[in-house]
Design a protein around this ligand. Structure first.
Ligand code: GYE
Length: 304
């Protein structure tokens, strides 16, 4: 049959393209869907051998994984960077070793000369969309809002905060507090417990940087004797299945989508880069936003 080409100048035949993928960890439902999408796209059937590493949300571990990919002499490296900063040295090392790097999901602050391409989402717009919903919901009455932030120093958290802040600036919304829950359910629950202890029933709106933290917060809100979706209006980002279920159930009030299915695009980019084709430096995958009615309609066919 027609075997996939080697890509990195190997003499054709049915050699697989070896790709090291440095994933952030397994903090959320979004992450699980993203990992699955990547593993499917980088399958042997598609001509790849994938070396997968999940760094448990620890930047040093992720950098160490990239270094080990370089030492193993992989054909290409894909990174979903945990934080924006700290990448310059290891990206330079990959470049010196002649190994192209493709970024997926989050961005880095390093010079774009140090990587071939990035594919991901417009996090700032996601935050803005969430903020616009919150402003409208608060109306003239106003709202006392708390925020559960994503992983500190991640582009997803930084840009969502920027977009949201812009949208609510000058509105009737009063931000009581904003702290990181590290994109996890457990983090969301613990931080929300603290907020409720401190502000009690003063809180009537919550913005969580992802579904999972919002889902964790539901436990804390119910334990405090409050009704999520009513006493506290909740807006989150991602739209994974559990989040959409909470929205359909009326426990969340609005979700901004963040598409985790990036694998096919990243795999295509890797092949093009190894074949020496021109690729765009950055590519943004579009996102939607969902109300309760949308969630009820979409849930049965939701793939993740
Ligand atoms: O929203 C969150 C995950 O970087 C877009 O990371 C990603 C975010 C996503 O843990 O659930």
């Amino acid at each position: 049959g027609c075997a996939p080409s080697g890509g990195s100048g190997a003499g054709g035949g049915d050699e697989l393209i070896t790709v090291g993928f440095a994933q952030t960890g397994s903090e959320s439902g979004w992450r699980a869907a993203n990992t699955e999408s990547m593993q499917e796209a980088f399958s042997e059937e598609n001509g790849f051998e994938l070396i997968f590493n999940a760094a448990d949300n620890k930047q040093e571990a992720q950098i160490a994984a990239v270094r080990s990919f370089i030492n193993q002499g992989v054909d290409a490296i894909v990174i979903a960077p945990i934080t924006v900063d700290g990448w310059d040295d290891v990206l330079k090392e990959a470049q010196d070793a002649g190994i192209p790097v493709i970024l997926e999901d989050r961005t880095v602050s390093a010079s774009e000369d140090l990587y071939a391409s990035w594919v991901g989402l417009d996090f700032e717009q996601e935050g803005r969309t969430a903020g616009e919903w919150a402003v409208e919901e608060a109306g003239d009455a106003g709202a006392n809002l708390v925020i559960l932030e994503g992983t500190t120093g991640s582009s997803a958290a930084l840009d969502r905060a920027t977009g949201f802040g812009e949208a609510i600036d000058g509105s009737s919304i009063n931000v009581l507090d904003s702290q990181t829950g590290d994109f996890t359910r457990d983090g969301g629950k613990k931080v929300m417990e603290g907020f409720l202890q401190k502000y009690g029933s003063e809180i009537n709106m919550l913005f969580a940087h992802n579904d999972d933290m919002g889902l964790g917060a539901l436990d804390a809100i119910k334990a405090a004797g409050l009704v999520p979706g009513q006493d506290i209006k909740i807006v989150t980002i991602d739209a994974v299945k559990d989040g959409m279920q909470a929205l359909a159930d009326g426990e969340f009030n609005f979700i901004v989508e963040c598409n985790p299915i990036l694998g096919p695009k990243v795999a295509e980019l890797v092949k093009k880069v190894l074949d020496g084709e021109e690729v765009p430096k950055s590519e943004i995958v579009p996102d939607g936003a969902f109300t309760q009615e949308d969630a009820i309609e979409l849930l049965p066919t939701r793939p993740y």
